[in-house]
Design a protein around this ligand. Sequence first.
Ligand code: ADP
Ligand code: MG
Length: 669
Amino acid sequence: MIEDLSEAFSSFLHMYPSEEKSYWDEARAISARGGKSLVVDFEHLIEFDFELATETISRPYKYIEVLEKSIFEVTGQEMHVRFKNLPEIKMVKEIRSDQIGKLLGVEGIVTRVSEVKPRINLAIFQCRRCGEEIEVLQSGEVMKVPGVCPNPSCGRSGPFDLLEEKSEFEDWQRIRIQDRPERLRGGEIPRFIEAILRDDIVDKVKPGDSVYISGILRTIQERGRKSTKTTFRKYLEVNYIESKSRGVEDFEITPEEEKMILELSRDPLIVRKIRDSIAPGIYGYEEIKESIALQLFGGVARELPDGTRIRGDCNVLLVGDPGVAKSQILQYVSRIAPKGIYTSGRGTSAAGLTAAVIREEDGFSLEAGALVLADGGIACVDEIDKMRDEDRVAIHEAMEQQTISIAKAGIVATLNARTAILAAANPKFGRFDPKETVSDQIDLPPTLISRFDLIWPMEDRPDPKRDEELARHVTEVHMDPEVRVRPPIDPELLRKYIIYARRNAHPRLSKEASERILKFYVEMRNKERDEEGGSVPITVRQLEALIRLAEARARMRLSNEVTAEDAEEVIRLMKECLRRVGVDPETKRFDIDAIMTGRPKTKRERLSRVLEIIKGYYSEKGKEISEKELMELAKEEGIPSSLVREAINVFLKSGDIYEPKPGHYMPLH
Ligand code: ADP
Ligand code: MG
């Protein structure tokens, strides 16, 4: 039987992929360059002998061993045979116990990767009594040790020493994969499975990678505190692994769907229809929905000749009172986006939003957070102000460079996080106050706030007209959801439309469009190059944002050209956004500083900023600050000396500070 088997395999290897260049030839070439694995396309085996293929799937260990043996006999080198392209591909959640011991194809996203460790395959023990060396093959998870010494003249029960230098080790790595978010229906919790990689396939994938695995489903018996249980934990012994395209590239669009998409793109009202297809159950918020629509399409990422990369993804922040439908909107978007993830600021795993090094019982692992898992898609981050402290640092890099670097506990890696971020934040003091600056009201550093292309405050202020309309809308939705909540474009089609657009449209600015944007930028800069301190109305960040948004708008029409109209429409949107968040309370003029640095140029706030500096210095250094140092620190923030002097007088009088020695100041408590 085995004889026939190895003969059958041998002729398979000779005949496929073709007789001129067969697997045999390949195996010889691989062994000549010291390679360790021969990859066989399983389709070929099916074509060659259907029964042999089916048997290989049901009894992979035996069949693969025979294959590897016949290769060894010819090439004289041990080689792994790895099967790619198994006929059936399962999702992690579909793996069941009837597949135990079988070879199966699984697709998923890598969430966790352990360090690479040496694992013992063949342990050589030495009997301390007689010096006999004993080989013990290690196939399981628990180390097998000899019971008694096999030397007939000894036969005692050790003790035995492990001879490390004579034993055989191989590289070993454990990874965790779960179902890709875009393959799960909204709200479904992804299941995961662990997979073991050995030898030459370790260290080939990173957290966040989409992978295809051929593996054998195996089990480990679970242990209670004192006894072993009757339940088992399953894992995959990986035979073959490959990284797949990320994001949404491999979504299939049929020719009929393509026809519908192209037809839709010619609709003169397409931009509006897309906007109205976002969260139709939510009343109002046209600008927000429009921003989100733009975000779903995104601009074009550009790789500059010097290697720097400019992101194409747009980031949008919603700030507002409780109960204004922020969470509802985010959840809706995560459901319709081609690759959308909904997460809270804390993240859904220990890795939070970015990534983390996790301590497991047997070492360290690197785990991907939400932004890495959403790579190539959109991450909807609710209550972003509640994110972990570790994320506060790492998310800066994620939002501009779109990578996450981690170096901890010996694990060093850079993960991709090319994702658009739609975030929501609650105001620190419960309610959003339009008279205060955004950065004063949310618990996020200004450096992070400035990485959002558009920021929308959402207020819940009583307004009789709006209230009535909203109430009408909400009650109607409840009365007749089928009619009221039907989006102009079916969500399934919209998703395909977005995928199609991202794949096929790569818009560039037309001359007219770039002139409009330029003109707006220069005008805004000039308007405020002014008086006291010189506040900056708009920065290069907003300029880049405008370009991205304009490109996204062109993409909505599947166009490769950004028109003057695209430019004008996004300028209108940006102006509206600036008007709502950036109006300096005193000057009523645009002041981007107010949003980004949290330092509006009103006198009152600059005075109180001086007090903060004095307090900050004291809590950091534990001593009073000299007038000279105070002036220097204030100058860095654009506060002139005259104002510092005035502040000192004000706060000495009010008793907030005192002067322990001349020209030195301290807070009173
Ligand atoms: P938030 O996250 O902003 O605190 P939620 O998303 O939890 O608010 O919304 C609270 C509830 O109010 C939801 O059921 C939501 O549908 C409803 N709601 C709030 N504003 C609107 C609106 N403009 N249109 C329809 N429903 C709304
Ligand atoms: Mg909420």
